[in-house]
Design a protein around this ligand. Sequence first.
Ligand SMILES: CSC[C@@H](O)[C@@H](O)C(=O)COP(=O)(O)O
Ligand SMILES: [Zn+2]
Length: 209
Amino acid sequence: MTSLSTLYTERWQELAEIKDELAERDWFPGTSGNLSIKVRDEPLQFLVTASGKDKRKRTPEDFILVDENSLPVHGGTLRPSAETVLHQKIYQKTNAGCSLHVHTVANNVISELYGDEGRITFKGLELIKAFNIWEEDGEITIPIIDNLSDLPALAELLAEQITDQTYGVLIRNHGITVWGQNGFEAKKHLEAFEFLFNYQLTLSSFKKF
Ligand SMILES: CSC[C@@H](O)[C@@H](O)C(=O)COP(=O)(O)O
Ligand SMILES: [Zn+2]
């Protein structure tokens, strides 16, 4: 059986690599964004990015191990992400092993354009298969929630949107939070959503009035 410390080291490495890749895409403007990865289930413990840091940089203090109440397991002075409670809710309501939150222009614009409808649905696009949807007429819907400043309330709002068919949630004029069973799947979902948002925005810009 893999020891807890080996698991911790492996998960740290996995999350650090994802952070580097998302940084290369410039998906952490102005210190925004936060990432987490589950280390153990019972009791829940996950690594989450430290708050307010430049997530483009790699340092030994990038991640903090937190518990099922989003509190640091080992104490210390480093603060976990302000949005840790959103990650906590995702682990408590899904079988996710990794959760990623980024702010991009595309996800913000889509969230504003479709915010009043409370969701956006994509269909007829090959990339929907990234969500393991293989039907020819398959579709994927992402809910859009208001950007409450009360973070526990925001986490509740997000949790209310989670179903078996939900892979992410847009927070209006804020960003996207996605998850997957592991780091690979969470990143795949994030890249697929961002592709779909960019597709929609590009298509709209070419539509005749
Ligand atoms: C600097 S704007 C972004 C923050 O307000 C927040 O939304 C965010 O994504 C990053 O917060 P953090 O506490 O660093 O995880
Ligand atoms: Zn954010």
